[in-house]
Design a protein around this ligand. Structure first.
Ligand code: HEM
Length: 394
């Protein structure tokens, strides 16, 4: 069997391929990526944990490539110890469960506002009309930029993400570069503005960190803003899309959750395992290291398959079953180790509020068409591109 993450049949459903890898080639050379794919839970967790052996340096180059507007600075997600922790501390405060809990009323308002206009028989697309704008508007407000500009944000952040899908034509690269330059200019303006007029928002906090401790350079403030856009939007959008897709194909489960909305948080944990929005991420081997009996040579790229680890039968009994009662505490949907998702408390809150709002407003939800789903064009991220729904209120 060949595992090529760009092949259409792998994109449509990578899970049988992952299972084959886990059972036959737990360390597999992916020609199309020039990287070693690692697929078992134990090995993925080991690599994520051992930052001296496996560096995160290739992540931002892999995601942004030539589009990176600030290639010379340290991006949190791509930084190894000892530089990682001081950088993470600067943003941690804003994302603790306590800080995030304070956002709940506002997130509820945004969710209600987005669903307000949706009417029976209307052309409602969950991805376009709900799961995309929701996290965009939340992060825009946290950063302190005008949430009404979320459509620009969406375009910008799509353009930033374009590189992960594979080859980009030279003509398109020009357009993407211009778009990222616009976004950087926009943030640079807001950063300057907050320097003059501080507010109670995340950009002000980052600017303050820059001024007070010289902990961050102005370009690092920009990188942090861009990272929060990249890391927090598409991922949350896909978690919501995946949740609705899965519930609609599991009628007994959706009935249980509807009857008992307090099950939503554990349903979300099982979703993060069962259909992980982040399927894979890169590392770089710093030293020759033996993994599952194979030696990964120093200097090689490694693709750790979180999506596969989360379906590893060695860790999760009956892994291909979506089981509401499972409530897994050990899934790798948010990663593992020092780079464990900064936004996990926020993503969990957004997903809970969004699913509560959706399920309690619309007692009947079904897909409007029965075409095979089209998935987002990336082996890093998994979720439906669009999800037209038919809704009926009570
Ligand atoms: C369901 C939604 C989300 C998923 C599935 C997700 C997943 C992940 C994963 C797997 C990692 C680890 C990457 C690695 O191992 O290198 C990560 C890191 C990160 N995530 Fe999330 N994420 C989500 C939402 C968010 C949100 C809402 C934010 C912020 C607004 C965010 C910000 C970050 C940041 C900054 C990092 C890097 C942390 C570090 O390097 O210390 N994420 N995320």
């Amino acid at each position: 069997m060949e595992f090529n993450p760009f092949a259409p049949e792998v994109k449509q459903n990578p899970y049988p391929y992952y299972a084959h890898l886990r059972n036959h080639s737990p360390v597999y050379w992916v020609e199309s990526l020039q990287a070693w794919a690692v697929s078992r839970y134990e090995d993925v967790a080991y690599i994520a944990k051992n930052t001296q052996l496996f560096s995160s340096a290739p992540i931002i180059p892999a995601i942004l490539g030539e589009l990176n507007p600030v290639p010379e600075v340290k991006w949190l997600i791509s930084t190894d110890p000892p530089a990682h922790m001081p950088l993470r501390k600067l943003v941690n405060k804003a994302f603790t469960p306590r800080m995030v809990a304070a956002l709940e009323p506002r997130i509820k308002q945004i969710a209600a506002q987005l669903l307000e206009g949706v009417e029976q028989g209307a052309d409602f697309d969950l991805v376009r009309d709900f799961s995309t704008p929701l996290p965009m508007m939340v992060i825009a407000e946290m950063l302190g930029v005008d949430s009404e500009r979320y459509r620009d944000f969406k375009r910008w952040s799509d353009d930033l993400m374009r590189m992960t899908g594979g080859a980009v034509a030279p003509t398109e690269l020009e357009r993407l570069r211009a778009s990222v330059a616009d976004l950087s200019r926009y943030f640079a303006q807001v950063i300057e503005e907050r320097r003059r007029n501080p507010k109670e928002d995340l950009i002000t906090a980052l600017v303050r960190a820059e001024e007070e401790s010289q902990a961050l350079s102005a370009r690092e403030v920009l990188a942090m803003c861009l990272l929060l856009l990249i890391a927090g939007n598409e991922t949350t959008t896909n978690l919501l899309g995946n949740t609705v897709v899965t519930l609609l194909s599991h009628p007994p489960e959706i009935a249980k959750v509807r009857a008992e909305l307090s099950l939503v948080p554990q349903m979300i944990e099982e979703m993060l395992r069962y259909l992980s929005p982040v399927q894979a991420i890169f590392r770089l081997a710093t030293t020759d290291t033996e993994i599952a009996g194979s030696t990964i040579p120093a200097g090689s790229k490694v693709l750790i398959l979180y999506g596969s680890a989360n379906r590893d039968e060695r860790q999760f009994p009956d892994p291909d079953t979506f089981d509401l009662a499972r409530n897994p505490q050990d899934h790798l949907g948010f990663g593992f180790g020092i780079h464990y998702c900064l936004g996990a408390p926020l993503a969990r809150l957004e997903a809970r509020v969004a699913m509560d709002a959706l399920l309690s407003r619309f007692p009947h939800l079904q897909r409007r068409d029965h075409q095979p789903l089209e998935w987002v064009d990336s082996f890093v991220i998994r979720g439906p591109k669009t999800l037209p729904l038919e809704i009926r209120r009570g």
